[in-house]
Design a protein around this ligand. Structure first.
Ligand code: CMP
Length: 146
């Protein structure tokens, strides 16, 4: 069992596609261990995306990520990190495969609708960044066989 940090960025929340996005993860047998919605501060976004601070796209990313509410979640399941990234699609929507979230919804690379952790080390840091241990819960995988 593995966990990953997923964010639905402000354009996903404001356009009312949280349910559409979460159902894609659930269909891939990922379960929600935690979820919350809040508007991140500039300081939080700078800390979270510290590795990108010097990149030319950072000012646009910072402005976008602080422009509205973000849905933060921890998804858990077999190969959660790779599964979530496959469902998301490539970072840039032009490179994203048909059927992925970014192919379906992202207008450009900055506003690419979702983020998910890219390695177990990032997942640990990113989950810890937004959640306390007592906000996380694990439970059996989805079977859909009711
Ligand atoms: P995300 O998966 O959240 O990780 C870092 C984010 O920076 C990325 O999605 C994009 O939103 C943004 N990003 C990465 N590369 C670029 C780029 N070349 N141009 C604009 N934004 C980018």
């Amino acid at each position: 069992m593995q966990s990953t940090l997923v964010m639905i960025k402000p354009n996903g929340v404001l356009n009312g596609i949280i349910g559409n996005i979460i159902s894609r993860y659930e269909r891939s047998r990922l379960t929600l261990s935690a979820i919350k919605i809040k508007r991140p501060t500039e300081e939080e976004v700078r800390g979270f995306y510290a590795e990108h601070q010097e990149k030319p796209f950072f000012p646009k990313l910072l402005k976008f990520m602080t422009s509205g509410p973000v849905a933060f979640m921890v998804l858990s399941g077999e190969n959660a990190i790779t599964s979530a990234r496959t469902i998301n699609g490539a970072t840039s929507p032009e490179d994203a495969a048909p059927g992925t979230i970014r192919y379906d919804f992202a207008p450009d690379t900055t506003r690419n609708v979702v983020h998910s952790s890219d390695s177990p080390e990032s997942a640990e840091r990113e989950i810890d960044f937004w959640f306390n241990d007592n906000e996380l819960i694990s439970y059996p995988a989805i079977s859909f066989k009711c």
